[in-house]
Design a protein around this ligand. Structure first.
Ligand code: PEP
Ligand code: MN
Length: 338
């Protein structure tokens, strides 16, 4: 249930509405926009049936939320959600590019990459310290040492960092170091992990599972949010289909659908979406044109020697041309590059 208040509603009226709802054992969430306030009800809505919510002072309308996800649903927020990431915001007017290698390999590669991508307009740094690899014999990431490198490179470059957390037992550690916690495609429905990251105060970058529908993705976001962490970004990174020309099939339509369905920022990952570096520019431009709030791009000084995902990783020159090419696509959607 969502309660939309009248223009000029007073704080006392808002408090009263919340008290009535909470008195029935539900929780409330208040979302304040420039012109209106939306009060979301979380819990067993049957208990509200006998309350005359529509007649309480300050109430303009009462809407049921028909979607299976509620906190993530567009109607739940008065305005699109903006998520703090270091000193910037994701989900505002500026399109944010987060770039870096697939895996954290060593200090030199991270520093060199951070300096370069930052000089070309990236606003965040990526790099996995814990890597979900298809084969147990592939490089599994540097673990804690990788987190220490990320934190040193953040100090050096000023870029906030996003890195993956794979296991509930790592959440506390990764949250200590990272500015945002990535939940990878393979863990999108790891419900204990979603619950655990939901208990932290770190923003979460939630990637779409490779066999997950848009609804599944939003329900996974709902898991995180239902624990109290509202700062979730959802990320399209391609899904598995019968197509073999690309590593995954980048679901471009998911971007405008997500923008309609949720107030959460939508990120696109053209690197995993394509699995091929020659397609990254095209998918990145298409994603921005389709309304993405940000991009997650794999970049390495020498992709050929990258420890993971080299085939889909841009070198510096390619990243520079990507950034130059993005501006007109951002402008075409009435936005700018952050
Ligand atoms: C990654 O970002 O390097 C990664 C492993 O992504 P995904 O979970 O989308 O495969
Ligand atoms: Mn990768």
């Amino acid at each position: 249930m969502i309660i939309v208040t009248r223009r000029g509603v007073t704080e006392a009226e808002i408090d009263h509405i919340r008290e009535r709802i909470e008195g029935q054992g539900l929780r409330t969430h208040v979302s304040r926009g420039e012109t209106r306030v939306v009060i979301g009800c979380i819990g067993d809505e049957a208990r509200l049936q006998h309350l005359p919510l529509g007649t309480l002072p300050g109430v303009e309308a009462v809407h049921p939320v028909m979607k299976p996800y509620k906190l993530a649903a567009m109607q739940f927020a008065a305005e699109p959600t903006r998520i703090p990431f270091g000193s910037i915001e994701i989900g505002g007017p500026g399109i944010v590019v987060v770039a870096g290698p697939c895996s954290v390999e060593n200090m030199e590669v991270m520093k060199e990459t951070a300096d370069f991508v930052s000089s070309k307009g990236a606003r965040g740094l990526r790099g996995g310290a814990f890597k979900p690899r298809t084969s147990p014999y592939s490089f599994q990431g540097l673990g804690k040492e990788g987190l220490e490198i990320l934190s040193e490179v953040r100090r050096h470059s000023g870029l906030p960092v996003v890195t993956e957390v794979m296991d509930t037992r790592q959440v506390e550690l990764v949250a200590e170091y990272a500015d945002a916690l990535q939940v990878g495609a393979r863990n999108m429905q790891n419900f204990p992990l979603l619950t655990e990251v939901g208990r932290t105060h770190r923003p979460v970058l939630l990637k779409r599972g490779m066999s997950a529908t848009v609804k599944d993705l939003l329900l996974a976001a709902e898991y995180v949010m239902s624990q109290g962490n509202m700062n979730v970004m959802v990320c399209e990174r391609g899904i598995r289909t019968f197509e073999t020309a690309t590593r995954n099939t980048f679901d471009l339509a998911a971007i405008p659908i997500l923008k309609k369905e949720t107030h959460l920022p939508v990120i696109a990952d053209p690197s995993h979406g394509a699995g091929r570096r020659d397609l990254v520019h095209a998918l990145a431009y298409a994603a921005v044109a389709a309304g993405a709030d940000g991009l997650l791009v794999e970049v390495h000084p020498d992709p050929e020697t990258a420890w993971s995902d080299g085939e889909q990783t841009l070198d510096f020159q390619e990243f520079e041309s990507l950034m130059e090419g993005l501006r007109p696509f951002a402008a075409a959607t009435g936005r700018e590059m952050a």
